[in-house]
Design a protein around this ligand. Structure first.
Ligand code: HEC
Length: 426
């Protein structure tokens, strides 16, 4: 055999050998894809979860492989809208480039399943139930709410008396949607005047609602629920104060339904057994903090509004941040500038998504020293090209609670600064 023929033969053998090894290691569901879905998707995509189908088993995943490829490549799923090159969060959930690429390659290879370990086939381990401390109370609607099958969006208010007898501290707050298909998102507020019970069941469009909305609330934004933002847990030793006999006011957004259905949602509150060491407070920047007033968004225009907080009189340690806008919102960015001129990135949502408004929880306390100012800028698209524009043709939109009105809010949970907070993991 001459040398060249030998080289060719050797090369052919190597290729065959390599292929057989790679053949075994071909990207497959059991080894490569399942761990990605378990980590990033199954939390919502399981039976009884908030997503419309499960992704915790081969049959469901196999049937939807192409769709999974599409929504992960476009970053529509998992629904994480903040820019993580700007700031990181404890609750962040997004796929790495490598994970997205693995899913693509798996689909290109016709989504092989790989070798099934029988033990694992039995399904996922059940959700771990953590031992609970403190008192848990679940407060449901006074009566089930009937959504008439009129195929229209609904924004309804509910009044849920807490029946809490003594002042206390909240360790965690959770919203449990009753009808997961219908409840789109909700906002929990607190009233301590005991004069808003008449709001129960009223629609945002009901004119009698106005007499309630003039009353200042003890907490206009205790918690905002969207799918996936199920619960806020305050770090150990920190809690949110709740006064005896507080009433929860819940604003629920229902998606249209062609048939009559009911909803009975509830709030689950964990109260601490003992007074907490540090009280979590809420700093809410609103339309009043906008520096380029008035907050009017003219039709056929893209507008940007800038807001700044008053100068902080004390040092504070931030726990979380939540920007809030409605349907015309396009992007939101917030940062703080310290008296030394340091710029601290807080949150950046480059493509605003009305459906996925999240409480972004910092990984460590973000300390804002005394003298700091918090800034935010938000853009709105009030053109006919904005597919979410509630008015066609576009018309002038201003401030309001309703989803067809607009808002610019920044909700920050914080505690008063203590030395060493910079180092504390949340
Ligand atoms: C925070 C909860 C949550 C997480 C995490 C999540 N999903 Fe979803 N997913 C949903 C909900 C709710 C819907 C239905 C509403 C929608 O399409 O936005 C959905 C819809 C989908 C759809 C259908 C989209 C369509 O256009 O009909 C696919 C496919 C999907 N998810 C795949 C995934 C994959 C893959 C992951 C993980 C990489 C993931 N999801 C993570 C909540 C979630």
């Amino acid at each position: 055999m001459n040398l060249n023929v030998f080289k060719v033969a050797l090369f052919a053998c190597m290729v065959l050998f390599q292929n057989s090894i790679l053949g075994q290691e071909r990207i497959n569901f059991e080894t490569n894809i399942k761990p990605i879905l378990t980590k990033h998707c199954v939390n919502c995509h399981q039976s009884g979860g908030i997503a419309p189908f499960a992704l915790d088993n081969w049959t469901d995943v196999d049937a939807r492989a192409i769709m999974i490829g599409a929504v992960t490549a476009s970053k529509y799923m998992p629904p994480w809208r903040a820019d993580t090159s700007f700031q990181h969060y404890k609750n962040e959930n997004y796929l790495s480039k490598n994970e997205i690429e693995l899913i693509q390659q798996w689909i290109q290879n016709e989504q092989p399943r790989g070798i099934v370990e029988r033990r694992k086939e039995k399904g996922l381990p059940p959700n771990k139930v953590k031992k609970k401390q403190g008192t848990e109370i679940q407060i449901g609607f006074n009566r089930a709410f009937i959504i008439k099958g009129e195929n229209k969006e609904e924004f309804r208010f509910f009044h849920l008396p807490s029946k809490i007898k003594e002042n206390g501290f909240i360790q965690s707050i959770e919203f449990a949607p009753g009808n997961k298909k219908q409840v789109h998102h909700s906002r929990i507020m607190i009233d301590t005047t005991q004069s808003i019970s008449g709001i129960d069941g009223l629609s945002e469009e009901d004119s009698s609602i106005l007499k309630y909305q003039t009353k200042p609330l003890a907490d206009p934004f205790l918690f905002g629920w969207v799918p996936g933002n199920d619960k806020i847990i305050f770090p150990k030793g920190i809690g949110k104060k709740i006064y005896a006999n507080s009433d929860f006011i819940v604003n629920v957004h229902y998606v249209p339904s062609p048939i009559q259905v009911v909803d009975s949602s509830s709030i689950i509150i964990q109260l601490t057994d003992e007074p907490v060491e540090r009280e979590s407070q809420t700093l809410t920047l609103t339309e009043n903090n906008i520096s380029n007033q008035p907050f009017i968004i003219y039709p056929n225009k893209k507008s940007t509004f800038y807001m700044r907080s008053p100068i902080l009189q004390d040092s504070i340690s931030l726990i979380s941040i939540m920007p809030h806008m409605h349907l015309l919102g396009k992007s939101f960015k917030s940062y703080a500038i310290t008296p030394d001129g340091n710029i601290l990135p807080l949150v950046h949502v480059p493509s605003w998504d009305f459906n996925w408004q999240t409480t972004y929880q910092f990984t460590k306390f973000t300390v804002l020293p005394k003298g700091t100012v918090i800034y935010a800028e938000a853009t709105y698209d009030n053109t006919n090209e904005n597919p979410l524009n509630p008015y066609k043709p576009a018309r002038t939109v201003g401030y309001g609670w309703g989803s067809k009105d607009e808002m610019m809010n920044l909700i920050l949970y914080y505690v008063k600064y203590r030395q060493g907070d910079e180092l504390i993991d949340l």
